[in-house]
Design a protein. Structure first.
Length: 224
């Protein structure tokens, strides 16, 4: 793991391979290790992969003071500053779940920072999540008021029309049985000007991403 100081945090990231840069950003409560299969695939395909642990997650979470409140805008700025600090020129980006939200906000706040972007299981607001999942999160928060749970219950708040300001190619993937509402994913695809939507059959929110070669193959096809 490499470490770099950004926005008052020591950010830990894995760098693998050589070639065109690709950034992979994990979801809520995860860390970069969910992408080990994708990292191996991308490195074999000739890419240089940067996989950070977000603020409050993984090694970044362990080696910094606890985060008392999370906001997707802050996390998007973390990745933007990481790109600048590492002197990456228009890297490709892939974000799973919260990582997808972070990617959308990054490109909205800093247009044309990325060359292309892929997002999986991504929502624009808490209303885009399955009601049963939200109910479980609320129950969990009542018992254990964790900041990461509060983040999912209160954010993001992206208006669909805002996505029309993103001009780079975007690959959108979602599992057939995802916890993201189908209409939410369709709305994202409809408002992005250069989007491709793939619904992964017989998959849930993360089954085609974690310990699976499916997402890596989709990424390589998209990036080629």
């Amino acid at each position: 793991m490499n470490v770099i100081s950004i926005n008052g945090f020591n950010f830990y990231y894995q760098k693998s391979g050589s070639g065109k840069p690709v950034i992979l950003v994990h979801g809520n409560g995860e860390d970069h290790t969910i992408f080990q299969t994708e990292i191996e695939q991308l490195v074999s395909a000739g890419y240089c992969v940067y996989a950070p642990d977000s603020r409050g997650h993984g090694e970044t979470g362990v080696n910094n003071p606890p985060v008392t409140a999370f906001h997707y805008a802050d996390m998007a700025d973390d990745i933007y500053q990481l790109i600048k600090a590492l002197n990456l020129e228009k890297p490709a980006y892939y974000g799973h779940s919260d990582g997808g939200i972070i990617g959308l906000l990054l490109e909205l706040r800093h247009p044309d920072t990325l060359s292309v972007m892929a997002v999986s299981g991504t929502n624009l607001s808490p209303e885009g999540l399955d009601e049963t999942f939200v109910t479980e999160c609320r129950k969990m928060y009542e018992k254990f008021p964790e900041p990461l749970t509060a983040l999912m219950l209160n954010e993001p708040n992206i208006e669909p029309q805002e996505l029309e300001n993103i001009h780079i190619p975007v690959l959108i993937t979602v599992g057939e049985y995802d916890l993201i509402k189908k209409q939410e994913t369709k709305t994202i695809a409809e408002h992005l000007k250069n989007a491709k939507l793939i619904i992964v059959e017989n998959a849930d929110h993360g089954s085609y991403v974690v310990d699976s070669e499916i997402m890596g193959e989709l990424l390589i096809q998209f990036l080629t």
